[in-house]
Structures are given as C-alpha cells and as structure tokens.
Design a protein around this ligand. Structure first.
Ligand code: GLA
Length: 380
C-alpha cells in the first residue's frame, strides 16, 4: 500500500515535470524531503531526481543509497527496478547493502590485512577473518553531505564524506565525492572521486540490486545477461580470489553471448558451489583502458526493460543475491528471496591490496582517484 502511494506520488511529480518547459521550473528536477532521523539524531534526506522523460531516481544521503529507480517498461508503464526499503530504519539496520555506496574498499580484503611500504594495516573483520565492503561501519552507514548541483537540465546530486585516518583500520584521511547524475538519455551516471593525505587503498562502488520486472516479481533467472569479459577471477572457499585470471571459455562464466542468468547457475561447477551461485569478479575486456566501456547488458524478456552498465573500472562483481533468504522485508513489505535480484558492482578486483599482479588500488597524496559508471536503461 505504502509502495503504491509512493509510486503514485512519484508519478505525480513525473507528470508535473513533464509539463515543465522553462529552466526555472526545471529546478523541480530535484525534490528533497526528510527521510528520517539516524540513530545519532541527525536528519537524513531523500532526493528525487526526475529527467525530462519522467524517469526518476531517489537517493538518500544516508549511505548514499539508491532507494528507487523508476523507468518505463516495453508498454511505457513506469515501475521500480531496485530492491530497497520504504524508510530510513531499513537502511540503518540493513546488512545486504541495498543500493548503497560502498567504501573505502568494495568487496573483500583477505585476512583483513594489507601492507603499504612495509607497514601492515589491520582492518576490522566483518566477513569471517576477512574485511568486506569497508568494514563494520563502511561508507554505507555514513551520513553524507548532499548538494544539488543540477545543470543543463539534468538533475545531479553531489555527496561528500571524509573518512578519517584509521577508520575501520584504513590509513589516511580520505575525502570522497560521489556525483549521481540522471541524464535525459535515461542514464544514471555515478562519478566517484577521492583524495588522501597518506598512502591508502580505495575501491568505491554502488551495490544496487536490480530486478528489471520489479522487486517482488520473482527471481531473475530468466533475465538474459551479456558480460564483456573473456576472463574472471576464481575464488577460494572464503570468496577471496586465488590470483588466477581464468578464461571463461567452456565454463558457466561465459556470458560473452547473451545467456539466461539461470541457464547454468545450479550446474555442477566448483566455483558456482563456492559462491552459492554467481558471486564473482569478471575481468572486463577494455578497448580503451582509461575510458568508459561496456561491462554488461541485461535484458528482461517479461518487462522488455534493458540495462547496460558502462564503466571505467577494470572489473565487475556479478552477484545473484544468493544470500537473500526471504527474511528481509523491503519496500511494500515484500519478502526478498534468494536470487530475486542481481548486482553488477563495478570495481577493481577483490583483494587487490594483496595481489600485486592485479591492477593497483593504491592512492597516494597528490593523486586523484576518479572512476565513472553509467547504468543506462532502455526497452526492447
Ligand atoms: C557482495 C559480495 C557478496 C555479498 C554481498 C552482500 O556482492 O561479493 O558475497 O557479501 O556483497 O551481501
């Protein structure tokens, strides 16, 4: 009921903005409202970005989380395509990272330890003996400073957070800026930037869970995936990469041709057993090492929605929500079951700080970290 009301309100805003002709009214492309109070008494807000096609993205500055992405299906009907919660409390207690910004280091660091210049840094352990997604209180639990920086008729939200030297064990004060831009081509563009005052490691990503037929529509096994990767990084039983870059040829990790996500997910493959499904980093094929290139494309035959992921990053974690088990209830009270969503987390490879052969995640004072990822929506 609540979800329906939210959607009705959002649709109302969409039709209002569709009638906006001049630039003064375009300011409505960004709406801000209170999303609730954090456990330490601060107000978190919800920002709704609307483009000229009526596509809407709602983002909270709590954890920088994407709360909803509302896009048309093949019949032009608008609907939400990401899992999440109706209220701030959901995000405060969340353990699945729904929609959240992930840092300082997205994915795992083995034994929660790494060395820089011979100094060992010990991190908070929050995944067995390993560090996952930034530690116990990662960037997904921080309240970010938000600013409307919309320009050229496109809504843009800037989020800033300073992670203190020693936070979760990481060295250096890290100043992070993330900009979410909703373009009029139905793209959600995320620009991540950071600088540090001491050598550190950085790997920022977003952890949206997509279901192109909408949360609550069942599993995503019939969605058709293409991943632009000839290789992936096999893992051990802790989901830490072994260091090998393995060819996808002849394995269930070969998504070079469009293939249903569920086609091979329960096959007798050691890597799939370790991940309880897909929970692996793919080594992206790059035409231009520095520019944006296609990482993945997903087509949902039921809704006709298509998602393309473009990134400057060298890798993408494809995760089929194997750890969801129906115990978490999200938007509209829907129980989120196993494999009812997929994540495509653009990133540097997991455990890179301990794998000298992987692309480096080191950031030094004077350098600027900058990566871009674009989630582009269309219909077919
Ligand atoms: C990532 C990890 C998974 C899991 C999810 C969050 O995708 O690779 O193993 O931890 O985040 O539940």
């Amino acid at each position: 009921m609540k979800a329906r009301l939210t959607i009705a309100l959002l649709l109302g805003v969409a039709s209002m903005s569709a009638t906006c002709a001049n630039s003064a009214e375009m300011a409505k492309a960004m709406e801000k409202k209170s999303f609730g109070t954090t456990p330490d008494g601060k107000t978190a807000d919800l920002y709704t970005l609307t483009n000229k096609n009526g596509m809407q993205v709602a983002i909270t500055n709590y954890g920088g989380a994407i709360v909803s992405i509302i896009v048309p299906d093949k019949n032009g009907k608008l609907g939400d395509v990401v899992l999440g919660y109706d209220t701030l409390d959901g995000y405060v207690t969340d353990k699945n990272y729904f929609g959240a910004l992930i840092g300082r280091y997205g994915n795992r660091i083995g034994n929660a330890q790494f060395k820089i210049d011979g100094i060992t840094y010990t991190l908070a352990k929050n995944n067995g003996k390993n560090s996952l997604h930034g530690g116990i209180k990662g960037f997904n639990k921080a309240l970010w400073d938000a600013k409307d920086i919309s320009r050229n008729g496109e809504p843009a939200l800037e989020l800033k957070y300073t992670s203190k030297d020693g936070e979760e064990g990481f060295p250096g004060n890290l100043s992070v800026t993330v900009v979410y831009t909703l373009t009029n081509k139905n793209e959600l563009k995320i620009d991540y930037s950071a600088t540090t005052d001491k050598k550190t490691v950085v790997n920022l990503t977003n952890h949206s869970y997509f279901n192109l037929s909408g949360p609550g529509s069942g599993d995503i096994l019939k969605s058709v995936l293409r991943v632009n990767a000839d290789k992936f990084t096999p893992v051990d039983s802790d989901l830490i990469p072994t260091g090998e870059l393995k060819s996808v040829a002849g394995t269930p990790f070969d998504f070079r041709e469009p293939t249903e996500i569920g086609a091979r997910i329960d096959s007798d493959d050691e890597q799939l057993k370790l991940g309880k499904g897909y929970d692996h980093n793919f080594v992206l094929n790059k035409e231009k090492p520095a520019g944006l290139s296609l990482a993945a494309r997903v087509e949902d035959p039921a809704s006709g929605r298509v998602l393309e992921v473009w990134t400057t990053e060298p890798g993408v974690q494809f995760y089929t929500a194997n750890f969801l088990d129906g115990s978490v209830h999200g938007k509209g009270g829907i129980a989120y079951g196993k494999r009812t969503a997929f994540c495509l987390e653009t990133q540097h490879f997991p455990d890179s700080p301990n794998k000298p052969s992987f692309p480096s995640v080191l950031l030094s004072p004077g350098q600027k970290y900058h990566t871009t990822t674009v989630y582009k929506f269309a219909t077919k």
